[in-house]
Design a protein around this ligand. Structure first.
Ligand code: S3P
Length: 179
């Protein structure tokens, strides 16, 4: 990281089920930051669910929403941002987040992700007969993007509180390095 880097926010990236929203909320409480979840913002703006956007308008329309929200995030400060799992796969989105936030990736193995998400049905990309295979395939494509985060935190065998504490610790380190 260069000394010109501005770090006003904290952005969490990573695969579905990595714990971005749950750990992000706790981290925001500790830091006394606002918590924002890009999926929730999109749902509120669109007036419908993510599944409905995928079903009616298709994935490209959802990715357009994500791009628009990422653009708006550049104006925020003191915010913990939990991003949708596919958002950093657009290189521009990742670059934009790095312009104002410390980007932290939460990591988990495909098996752990499967365990965490298989009883949920609100993720259209995993609503299919072989979700574990889909997780493996998507993760393979996305890993190079996730690895561009400033910090990678393994969430395996860690509670939400422990992950949140790690996130906050990394944020303090980054701020100290840039003050
Ligand atoms: C997606 C992840 C979801 C949501 C959408 C697409 C993805 O968010 O944005 O279903 O492409 O990985 P979470 O990572 O919060 O589940």
């Amino acid at each position: 990281m260069t000394s010109e880097r501005v770090i006003r926010n904290l952005a969490l990236i990573g695969f579905m089920g990595a714990g971005k929203s749950s750990a992000g909320r706790v981290a925001a409480d500790i830091l006394r930051f606002t918590f924002l979840d890009t999926d929730r913002v999109i749902q509120a703006r669109a007036g419908t669910t993510i599944s409905d956007i995928f079903a009616r308008q298709g994935e490209p329309a959802f990715r357009d929403w994500e791009r628009r929200i990422v653009e708006e995030l550049t104006r925020r400060s003191k915010t913990v941002i939990a991003t949708g799992g596919g958002l950093p796969v657009a290189q521009d989105n990742l670059a934009s987040l790095k312009g104002h936030a410390l980007v932290v990736c939460l990591w988990a193995s495909p098996d752990t992700i499967f365990e965490r998400v298989h009883h949920h049905d609100h993720r259209p990309l995993l609503n299919q007969p072989e979700p574990l295979e889909k997780i493996r395939a998507l993760l393979a494509v996305r890993e190079p993007f996730y690895r561009q985060a400033d910090v990678l935190i393994n969430t395996e065998q860690r509670s939400v509180k422990e992950v949140a504490a790690q996130i906050v610790h990394q944020f303090h380190l980054a701020q100290a390095a840039h003050s």
